[in-house]
Structures are given as C-alpha cells and as structure tokens.
Design a binder for this molecule. Structure first.
Ligand code: MG
Length: 393
C-alpha cells in the first residue's frame, strides 16, 4: 500500500507587486480557472499526499476554501487553509505549522505561480528527498548570460554549470523545520533549499521541467499556458433560456443582485432568470440535462433558494468533467426596471461566480417594444450562451 506521508505547502500568499494591479497573480484566470487551481488539480494525482497547507493572504482564505470545494472537492478534507506572512519564509513557516498529520515524513514546498509542474516532477522530488534529505528541480540555463555594469558595459557570464532552481522543493520534515528554526542571515535567501544549505546539508538536484516556468508578469500567463503544450483542447457551446412571470411588489433579482423595480419574479427559488439561463447553458454545454433535473421546483429545500447555488453546482458538475467557462453572453428581455444602472454590478457578480474576468462576461438588456407579455411588463426572460473549454494534459 502506498504510504501517505507527504505534506505539501502550496504558497499562494504573494502580493504580486511585480505583476501590477490589485489581483494577486494566483487569482488571475489561467486555462479557465484561477491560476492556483492548476496546482490543486495536480495534487489530486499525488497518491502519497497526506495533507496540503494552502497558504494565502488572510483576506483570501474564504475564496480559497470555495475554490478547493469547487475544483477539487476530493481534496477538501485534506487541505488546511492558512494565512501567510509578509515574507515568503513566514508563509512557508505558517504552512509547516499547519501540517498536522504526524505521519508526514516529507514536505514539499511549491509555488502556486508555477502552474505547470507535473505530477511526475512532484514524485521525483519526493523520491530524491526520501533518499537524500533534500531535493530541488534544477534546469540548465541555455540562454547566453550577460551582466551590465554601472557604465552600461556588458560582460559575459560563464553559464557552464549554471542552473535555474524551480519548485516543488522537497525535504525531510525535521530538516525543513530545523532550517526555518535556525535561519539567521536570511536577507539573501530566496528559497527553502538555501535555508537547508545554510545548515551545511547538501541539496540534490533532479531534472527540472522547461514548462515549469513561474508567472511573474501578466503576459506570462498566456505564454506559460502554451508551454503546458501537447494539450487537446475541446470547446463546447451551451445555450440557456428562462422566463418567469412578474408580479407587483418586492424587488427583482437578476444576475445575483437586487435590481429593484417594485416587481418580483414568480418562482420556486429566488426567480433569477439570468442565473437560471446561464446555469442551463453550462449544463447544456456538457450535455448534463437542465436545471429542473438537478433542482426540482417541488423540493422544499429549493424554495426561495439563492440561484447562485444552482449555478455553482452546475459549474462543479462541468469541472468534474474537465470543462470550465471561457466566456458568457447574455440577453435579458425586460420592460422595467431599466437595467443600465445595474449592468456593471451584474457583470461583476456573474464574473465572480464563473471565476472569469469582467472582460469575458457580457450582459445586454432589451425591451420588447411594448409587445407580448414581456412588453406588457408581465414577464422577464433571458437567453444565455456560454463557451466552455477543456484541456487534457
Ligand atoms: Mg427559472
């Protein structure tokens, strides 16, 4: 039987100052999901995994939990979500403390900004750390290296023997604990292997992977997605439609927010036609039936229910089949209230639910020129088209 004695510290607490903007890079969309999701999906395949400490910024703990529940529900019971510190080594230390299983013998430290590390690489680092105490992936540098001095003069650097060090880095647990406890002069230390070497312990190298590059700049996302290479890409289109009757009073729920109007949609749940249409489009793209098959309008637990839950469930079903949304386009048909003042908030909410950027979410509103039930203000309808994509590594 496979020993489950590997703990993984997944470091995702960086503030991304180099990448610019306010969204930390691990939350930027990458191959249809937040960048962080790729490392979680890889851990699903690591049979030796006992426990994972997912280290995020304090304010990201809730959404990190949601991400684990959505993308890798099978891992949820084994993931500890912890707040990181100001420095990378503070984050690793927090992760070390969070690994609670006493059976853990080997600890891997992996940077979530390296989404392409293969499970094969994880396993080879584990095997080498088991045998030698400490192991890191190293990749020979093949580019010509030049350094410019203060006067702008370029000098050649001999690249023989020069390697780029990647993650995951693997250590016997006690060794890594000791390295962090005894770390003194840490100003120049950028990874855990350097801390371990400071103890006088040798760190062995395993072959790194060219595709295992680190996302540092926004433009890296596309390049690094391509580096994953060899993918078969499958695209699906889904179409959704919904219509609800309107009655006087209350507030209309649309796109996961309240848009007022002194009317409400008559329905078993919260009557949000926009989220119902998008949910149906997601289910349709994956040939998974329709919303009524998954959420009965006879069931008591669905009465008044927040339709965002239907959407998240459909997304989970799609993701377990490998499909993630790439874009969505929606047309709401409604006479009143006017939706223009709420459009940005609806786009933001739908983007959040779908884990897309606002640039990939389109919501349009049309009236019915006073014709039919919609034109008479007695109904609201919505059509949605989603594009879903799956990549098989
Ligand atoms: Mg409906």
């Amino acid at each position: 039987m496979m020993r489950r004695d590997v703990g993984v510290i997944l470091v995702a607490a960086g503030k991304s100052v180099r990448i610019g903007g306010t969204t930390p890079k691990v939350w930027l969309p990458f191959r249809g999901a937040p960048l962080l999701a790729r490392s979680l999906l890889t851990l699903l395949e690591l049979d030796e995994l006992s426990e994972c400490a997912l280290v995020v910024r304090d304010e990201d703990r809730v959404r990190a939990g949601d991400l684990v529940d959505t993308v890798t529900p099978r891992l949820a019971a084994r993931v500890r979500i912890v707040a990181g510190g100001a420095l990378r080594r503070d984050s690793v230390r927090a992760g070390l403390l969070a690994l609670s299983d006493p059976a853990i013998a080997i600890v891997l430290v992996h940077d979530a900004a390296r989404p392409n590390a293969s499970v094969r690489l994880f396993k080879s680092v584990v095997a080498a750390a088991r045998e030698h105490g400490a192991a890191v992936p190293a990749l020979p540098v093949v580019d010509t290296l030049r350094r410019r001095d203060d006067r702008g003069v370029a000098h050649s650097i001999d690249r023989s023997g020069v390697h780029a060090i990647q993650t995951p880095q693997g250590f016997q647990r006690d060794l890594l604990r000791r390295a962090h406890a005894e770390a003194v002069d840490v100003a120049a230390v950028t990874d855990d292997a350097m801390l371990v070497e400071a103890l006088g312990t040798a760190v062995v190298w395993v072959a790194g992977e060219p595709a295992n590059a680190k996302v540092t700049l926004p433009e890296d996302l596309e390049t690094i997605a391509r580096l994953a290479g060899g993918d078969r890409v499958a695209t699906r289109i889904g179409l959704g439609h919904d219509l609800h009757r309107l009655e006087a009073g209350g507030t209309l729920r649309l796109g996961g927010i309240d848009v007022g109007g002194d009317v409400h949609a008559v329905g078993h749940s919260d009557g949000d036609v926009l989220l119902h249409a998008v949910t149906d489009a997601i289910l349709g793209a994956c040939a998974l039936g329709d919303i009524g098959q998954h959420f009965s309008d006879q069931a008591a637990e669905n009465r008044g229910r927040d339709s965002a839950e239907f959407l998240c469930h459909a997304l989970l079903l799609a993701r377990t089949r490998g499909f993630s949304p790439l874009q969505v386009d929606v047309v709401v048909r409604l006479e009143r209230p006017k939706l223009a003042p709420f459009r940005a908030a609806m786009v933001a909410r739908l983007a959040e639910l779908l884990q897309l950027t606002a640039e990939s979410v389109s919501i349009k509103a049309k009236t019915a020129e006073s014709q039919d039930a919609i034109g008479a203000g007695r109904a609201v309808a919505c059509e949605a088209v989603v594009q879903m994509v799956a990549r098989e590594s």
